[in-house]
Design a protein around this ligand. Structure first.
Ligand code: NAD
Ligand code: TYD
Length: 351
């Protein structure tokens, strides 16, 4: 029986990874370890919280003594590490928070795994979830990020993720810790916090608020449906080569402004508004400082070596995402009002 601690499981991507593992592997014990920062929401796991192989642990990955005690208590044999500060704009206003969680928190987990596994690497795995943003930005339209692309982070967020990737590799090379890393492109789908582009636009269209497009809206992102990312994580966790790294992406590049136009069209139809109504909300605003021009992943390695491929076309994924937000207006309201932060107290009071 495996005992897997998944960090950041109450966040956007982590909640989908936790759900997939809990449902697909009833013989694994899954420990969702999350500090419940502003980005953590117990509602994201509500549907699986009753399952006997699901366990929630409220803990901060930067808390050395607590993490050490948890490894002693639960004897985890695998770590799937997603907990992070994840928003580029927040990293610009508060870089230190990103160093603390993304760098120090990751090294703290590495230390705990190294100490508790103590050289008995058989059946152990430390899997670090990272981003394509560590590779910097692309200018040549023919170019894609490969696993061999040199790191060139340009935002405090990507610098902190690059640093944590380096520490994960260093623990493999120096101590032999059985690690694996994946670098994924931008995700979208249910449970996405409405500070990021797609959920923010959906939220603002719904509420007739301005749609802030940074600069000229010409920056390009490569979008992957979050469940496809979770499927890739399952594949790499079980079949990825120890010490290796895999890029994950959907070969699905969109200029921000084209994506916002598409969302406006979908939303007008769904809300029964006259065509063109939502586009009138588009407002060009001051560009993000150091705004990376283009990200694009070459995902051939994971596709050829491990047989993973994206399952959803963008049009279908985006429609599913919009439908989810429209049928989960309470989730959206709770998140924007702050009410979601009561879930933990309500669910766990008295236990
Ligand atoms: P998110 O912000 O939605 O969730 C992060 C989760 O981590 C939250 O539940 C939060 O409570 C938890 N957390 C934060 N600090 C913590 C701490 N100190 N201790 C314990 N838990 C803490 O993030 P996300 O978008 O789901 O991203 C998850 C991971 O995937 C991150 O490592 C991110 O860098 C990476 N990633 C994200 C994307 C994307 O498009 N969102 C793409 C590639 C990689
Ligand atoms: P975001 O969702 O923050 O992801 P990342 O910066 O990690 O790629 O932003 C996606 C793109 O959308 C990015 O080019 C910045 C842009 N953007 C806007 O134009 N307006 C917004 O309000 C936000 C949040 C992002």
């Amino acid at each position: 029986m495996k005992k897997i601690v998944i960090t950041g499981g109450a966040g956007f991507i982590g909640s989908h990874v936790v759900r997939l593992f809990v449902q697909k592997y009833p013989d694994y014990q899954i420990f969702n370890l999350d500090a419940l920062t502003y980005a953590g929401n117990m509602a994201n796991n509500e549907d699986i919280a009753h399952l006997p192989n699901y366990h929630f642990i409220k803990a901060d990955i930067t808390d050395e003594a607590h993490i050490d005690a948890l490894f002693t208590e639960y004897q985890f044999d695998s770590v799937i590490h997603l907990a992070a500060e994840s928003h580029v704009d927040r990293s610009i206003s508060d870089p230190l928070a990103f160093v603390k969680t993304n760098v120090i928190g990751t090294v703290n987990l590495l230390q705990a795994a190294k100490k508790h596994w103590a050289g008995h690497w058989e059946g152990k795995r430390f899997y670090h979830i990272s981003t394509d943003e560590v590779y910097g930005e692309l200018h040549n339209p023919e170019e894609f990020f490969l696993e061999t692309t040199p790191y060139d982070p340009r935002s405090p967020y990507s610098a902190s993720k690059a640093s944590s990737d380096h520490f994960v590799r260093a623990f493999h090379e120096t101590y032999g810790l059985p690690t694996v890393i994946t670098n994924c492109s931008n995700n979208y789908g249910p449970n996405h916090f409405p500070e990021k582009l797609i959920p923010l636009m959906i939220h603002n269209i719904l509420n007739n608020k301005p749609l802030p497009v940074y600069g000229k809206g010409e920056n390009v992102r490569d979008w992957l449906y979050v469940v496809d990312h979770a499927r890739a994580i399952d594949t790499v966790f079980h079949h990825g080569k120890t010490g290796d790294t895999y890029n994950i992406g959907g070969f699905n590049e969109w200029k921000n402004i084209d994506l916002v136009h598409l969302l406006c069209e979908i939303m007008d139809k769904k809300l029964g508004r006259t065509e063109g109504t939502s586009k009138q909300l588009i407002t060009y605003v001051t560009d993000r400082a150091g705004h990376d021009l283009r990200y694009a992943i070459d995902a051939h390695k994971i596709m050829n070596e491990l047989g993973w491929e994206p399952s959803l076309q963008f049009a279908e994924g985006l429609e599913k995402t919009v439908d989810w937000y429209l049928s989960n207006e309470k989730w959206l309201k709770d998140v924007t009002s702050g009410a979601y932060q009561q879930y933990y107290q309500n669910m766990y009071q008295g236990r």
